[in-house]
Ligand binder design. Structure first.
Ligand SMILES: [Zn+2]
Length: 267
């Protein structure tokens, strides 16, 4: 599997990674005529959107931008965070137009091209604001900080994006807490190897990956996360940097602490 690749999201909220080959823009959005609206951090491309829709979209996107960069700690230190180019949101008229233009699979509800900083969706998509927008924006912001070229294990990219979903994350955390005492539970050492074709139990994978960040943020705070991201940006090995920043002797030692965290107040 290679990065960059697009992410595709289903109505059920799983962001599914697909591999692409070749260069250039992924989707044929340029073939359509768009109305363009700009805000501080976004450009919204729309087609005959209902009155007030674009204003609402821009307000939510800007609020998530502030929330996510703040939660991840990226804006806390001067000089480390830049957002030179606005992200682009393509808002198709309806699901049919989204699917016809992007030629994505039937189940795909929204997509993003992280490298191109694009999110593609359509007017009225279910759970767009609650799950899809923070998730896809989370992918873009995380990669904007650490770099787009780095190939990293999937749990890192998907875990952080799921962790940032306002509405999805509490549900995923409950799932991870329920899974931890069952045979379905994927230990961290195994989770870290999963990706692409070998995802297996996707529900467990996404819930657990998100809960790793819940664990890291709750137990160790945001500064260590920024330190970790800086090391990823500086091309350090993801595993060595994780052990160094958080003080884990090994991945299995980290697993033991994460499992103990999940077992606290488990349902
Ligand atoms: Zn994702």
């Amino acid at each position: 599997m290679r990065w960059p690749h697009p992410t595709l999201t289903t109505a059920l909220g799983a962001c599914v990674v697909a591999v692409v080959s070749g260069e250039g823009r992924l989707w044929a959005a340029d073939a359509l005529a768009w109305e363009i609206h700009k805000s501080d951090h976004f450009i919204v491309y729309s087609r005959e959107a209902p009155d007030g829709y674009i204003e609402g979209l821009i307000a939510r996107a800007e609020a998530y931008y502030d929330d996510i960069t703040g939660r991840l700690g990226f804006t806390r230190f001067d000089g480390f965070w830049t957002w030179d180019q606005r992200a682009r949101i393509y808002l198709y008229r309806d699901r049919q137009e989204y699917q016809d233009t992007t030629r994505q699979p039937e189940w795909s509800e929204a997509g993003s091209d992280v490298r191109e900083r694009e999110i593609h969706t359509y007017v009225g998509m279910a759970e767009f604001y609650e799950k899809v927008l923070p998730h896809e924006l989370g992918h873009i912001i995380f990669r904007e900080f650490i770099g787009y070229q780095r190939v990293l294990p999937l749990w890192l990219d998907e875990g952080i994006a799921c962790f940032l979903e306002d509405k999805g994350n509490p549900t995923r955390l409950m799932s991870a807490k329920a899974l931890v005492t069952t045979e379905r539970f994927i230990p961290f050492e195994t989770l870290a190897d999963l990706g692409g074709e070998g995802l297996g139990d996707a529900e467990a994978f996404y819930a657990e990956a998100a809960s790793v960040f819940e664990f890291l943020f709750q137990r160790y705070g945001g500064e260590k996360f920024v330190d970790y991201c800086r090391r990823l940006r500086d091309k350090q090995n993801w595993e060595a940097a994780l052990k160094k920043v958080y003080g884990f002797e090994s991945l299995s030692a980290m697993n033991a602490q994460w499992v103990a965290f999940l077992k606290e107040d488990a349902p």
